[in-house]
Design a protein around this ligand. Structure first.
Ligand SMILES: O=C(O)c1ccccc1NCC(=O)[C@H](O)[C@H](O)COP(=O)(O)O
Length: 271
């Protein structure tokens, strides 16, 4: 009998369910509901989708700049890693929004990094994690997230629907991420969010090709805003995307490896 080796995405998601159970035993759901309501008063959502659309409306690329210390495919990307300094640098370099990794086991992220980055600037922030449960949506709002990522590869249609609705009811935006045609069909059928991310990276195999965006973009209805994610490294990558009509980008590694991440952002994206 052949035993199937779990892919990295399956390992991350399996660990995520364990982590959520551990967290639920420390902080009951009701406490988080209160914390999320308090955040809606003191840390009201900053308008993630609006910030992206504003950049595009004025003819600029809308960049979601990632704050990521490490990744399973590339290991450590940045050391020392100071989220507040990175956030300030991104704001100066012209980012529309921030993406902060909060997963600790695989990305060396932390919720506190999101809190620190958001407090250091005025930009809206997405909680970048592997969200599979309502509890994590409440956590996201409680720590001040303005948007959450929902990865279609990790979720059933019904769960996508529930999490998308819940996040938007709490005032956050949602970026739903797909990598192939079946995931796109799932996202279009079960979510109402405007923001549709096409990940150029296969999260099971790490294979990366910008062609994923070009192959899927024609199938996305015009009322959704496409964000191309992963593998953007050069001005040529950016120019090619913009020629094809893609104006929103999620970029991590190229910025994280630069001495000054915001300066790198400006170099890649200034026309
Ligand atoms: O990057 C990984 O190794 C990875 C592995 C498993 C699941 C997700 C993973 N990355 C998340 C992302 O998709 C990226 O952080 C994001 O799109 C930015 O990509 P890049 O510009 O290539 O750093």
């Amino acid at each position: 009998m052949q035993i199937e080796t779990p892919t990295i995405l399956k390992k991350i998601v399996a660990r995520k369910y364990e982590e959520i159970n551990e967290r639920k035993s420390h902080t009951p759901y009701g406490n988080l509901e209160v914390a999320a309501s308090v955040a809606n008063v003191h840390n009201a959502p900053r308008g993630f989708a609006h910030a992206l659309k504003h950049q595009i409306a004025i003819g600029k690329a809308a960049v979601i700049a990632e704050v990521k210390q490490a990744s399973p495919s590339k290991g450590i990307l940045r050391s020392p890693f100071v989220p507040a300094d990175i956030a300030k640098s991104y704001e100066k370099g012209g980012a529309a929004c921030l993406s902060v990794l909060t997963d600790s086991d695989f990305f060396k992220g932390h919720e506190e990094f999101l809190v620190q980055a958001r407090a250091a600037c005025k930009l809206p922030v997405i909680r970048k994690d592997f969200i599979v449960d309502e509890y994590q949506i409440l956590e996201a709002r409680a720590i001040g997230a303005d948007c959450v990522l929902l990865i279609a590869a990790c979720l059933s249609g019904q769960k996508l629907r529930e999490l998308d609705q819940m996040a938007r009811d709490l005032g956050m935006d949602v970026l739903v991420e797909v990598h192939n045609r079946p995931e796109l069909d799932l996202a279009l059928e079960y979510t109402h969010t405007e923001l549709l991310g096409i990940n150029n990276r296969d999260l099971h195999t790490f294979e990366l090709s910008l062609d994923h965006t070009f192959e899927l973009m024609g199938e996305v209805p015009s009322d959704r805003l496409i964000v191309t994610e992963s593998g953007i490294h050069t001005r040529d990558d950016v120019a090619l995307m913009r020629q094809k009509g893609i104006h929103a980008f999620l970029v991590g590694e190229a910025f994280m490896r630069a001495d000054d991440p915001g300066k790198k952002l400006a170099e890649l994206f200034q026309s």
